[in-house]
Design a protein around this ligand. Sequence first.
Ligand code: C2E
Ligand code: MG
Ligand code: MG
Length: 585
Amino acid sequence: MASGIIRHKRRHLLHGSEELFRALIQNSTDIITIHDAEGITIYETPSASRILGYLPGALIGKSPFDAIHPKDVEGTRVAFHSVLEGSREVLPVEFRFHHADGSWIWLEGVGANLMHHYGIEGIVLTSRDITPRKNAEKQLNYLANHDALTGLPNRLLMEDRLRQAIAQAHRNGYLAAVMLIDLDQFKMVNESLGHHAGDLLLMEVARRIKQCAREGDTIARLGGDEFTVILHNAGTVEHVSSIAQMILEEFSRPLTIDRQELFTSASIGISIYPADGDEPDALIKHADTAMYSAKKLGRSNHRFFTDDLNAKVRERIVLENGLRTAVQRNELRLYYQPKVNVASGRIIGAEALLRWQHPQLGLVSPEIFIPIAEETGLIVPIGEWVLRTACNQICVWHNAGHELHVAVNLSPYQLREQDLCDRITEIMLQTGVPANQLEVEITESVLVENAENAIAVLNTLKSQGIAIAIDDFGTGYSSLSYLGRFPLDILKIDQSFVRNITTDEGNTAIVRAILALAKSLGMKVVAEGVESNTQLSFLSAHGCDFAQGYFFSPPVEAERFVQLVKAGAMAKTAPESIRLFKRNT
Ligand code: C2E
Ligand code: MG
Ligand code: MG
């Protein structure tokens, strides 16, 4: 009896199957499309235009792959071909489809092969709009990876980023750094002012840490009052140390929370990849250990995990602090290295080279302290001291009847100072130095970095009668075309070319070319770092004007220098050794 009713209903359904089909299609919330073996759409349901925003029929005759997100094309193509080949188990694929308004709609599609089905003869694809679900997933993912209070990455995401940072640093040979920042006495704020104030404080702290990091670095909150900064490409240990110092200084400014001024401080522990480990866990653990030793030092300190690095940073701090008072304490010395006329063998002048007589370290090399002076801005007063001392010395020699040209090195940082020319004029007037006996040496980088400014400054100096030399020529990255644009008188061939002048064919060719170039531009040439007779003979044979190097004399004190001048044509002196404090890195 019951089966009779079902049979009756089925017959009835079959009768009206076309209407039934139309009704189902009209009301479907899924998109149903039919494709030929190439994938071209041959049929679409009205829902397609409702969901995707195109005019009805717009997909017909086109390949859906053109509108699928490039990252999803591969997956959907594979799925399509599996259906075409009649694979039974085809899982639903998720992909992004271009909406008419330019956004992406997430679809989940399943296919059925009805190629041999009369009246259909195609691949039937049923796709469902899953954009809301995907957005919810994204939101969940964000929540799972971020700290709700500050919006910063949480521990989970931080570890992931650290893993990436390690891989990147490994590939490129960088250092990566992990800083663990812990607020000092945060508990007290929480307990005395309440959790709301504590929250506001943490948010402000997050903002301040962000200001110190570069784009691309990761700042995370690990929970409580613990933050992490990952420097993905940390540069040098000194750079890491200066960032930690910057963060600590940010903390030392008072914070206004709920109209109350609060003072906080922090302790920072730092571990470095690869020195302190090559796994996130080890680096975080070591940064933590370093943080505890920073805390032990008292508030507002940072420590590295490795003691050597602490020593390096301490040495840098010692040098930096010492340099601040070096001028007042009269610890700077100017040495003079003879510049010799290649043809006559006579000393025509000197290059003034700076040394620092450090009370504990002895004579410190300019290669160590000039970069620190430049970073701290101390190069400006130090550079002035050099100029004044050199000018005074020229006058002393001038008065004793020696006409000597003295070259002073100018740092690019000095050239950036607006009043450099005024300062030099003032020093020249005060010391009464004859301008034609003063030279300045600048490096190629000056000409490249801020050419317009450099041209103006050099023209002013030149108009006062000062000769201008380009130092370490050939080591910069500039094009030769700039040479003609600048008022240059002297070109100094870098010692790296002179070193193998007769043994390395490349260097021989370069030195020859530099000499020819200088001659055609009307410039004189000084070869730096001449250490042997062979080098000197080569330079002489190729028309080099002047030479400077240990072959004649190392840089010496003024009294010794004048003795060399008095001795007449330079004899081939054995190099005098001066002990300089240099880092062995
Ligand atoms: P620079 O201007 O290229 O000076 C030449 C350097 O080569 C000097 O090193 C000199 O002692 C060294 N030298 C000279 N002859 C020879 C040689 O035959 N063989 C070798 N191997 N080396 C030789 P120093 O005095 O250590 O100075 C290093 C750099 O520090 C200088 O390079 C210059 O760039 C900078 N510097 C020195 N004094 C000053 C200064 O007063 N102001 C500024 N801004 N920089 C300075
Ligand atoms: Mg020089
Ligand atoms: Mg040089």
